[in-house]
Ligand binder design. Sequence first.
Ligand code: CA
Length: 222
Amino acid sequence: MIEPRVLVLEDDQELRRLLHRGLTEEGFDVVASGSAADLLARVASVEPDALIVDIGLPDADGRDVVQALRAQGVSAPVIFLTARDALPDRLAGFAAGGDDYLTKPFAFAELVARLWALIRRGGADYVTQAGSLRLDPATHAATCGDAAVDLTPTEFRVLARLAAQPGETVRRRALVQAGWPHGAIVHDNTLDVYVAALRRKLRDLPEAPEIVTAHGVGYSLR
Ligand code: CA
């Protein structure tokens, strides 16, 4: 599955870490910067699909940073984070080429929903397709024709990993890496429990492929 790349510019280290971890778990490829200077130095090599930019930075105003990025030809949509809830600030944010804003403190789920909305508005399609099975990362839904089932984020990531190589056995280790955060302790039978749940859900999609066990090795989608 191709992951949309999100560039985060946030000087608050705790929030930056939280965004990095949370967005990675949501399936984004995250590059995080703590200063405008660092971001401007790196942005050309990063080619982001979207940006999350804090307005209040120690070395610049986030709106000016976005203007500079636009001048460099970066056209990816931007979500501004602002501690200020004043309307003039919001308008200035949009004038600087921003596409959306969130006022701190914000709900993480709200940020993820807005991020997907902006990325999709840009016409990018991150849906994974394996045969008739479609996996939508924005909604964590699996669909087949007119039938749809909702998956948990972990179920979604495991199934998307299988769907990335349909017909091929994907090793258990690769599935655990795809499904759980880096460093998470995942017991051997936990993966099997998730696969069992996925099989039950896939049964509600009449035309969907099946998850086949390769004993001791992994699973495949066929
Ligand atoms: Ca700040």
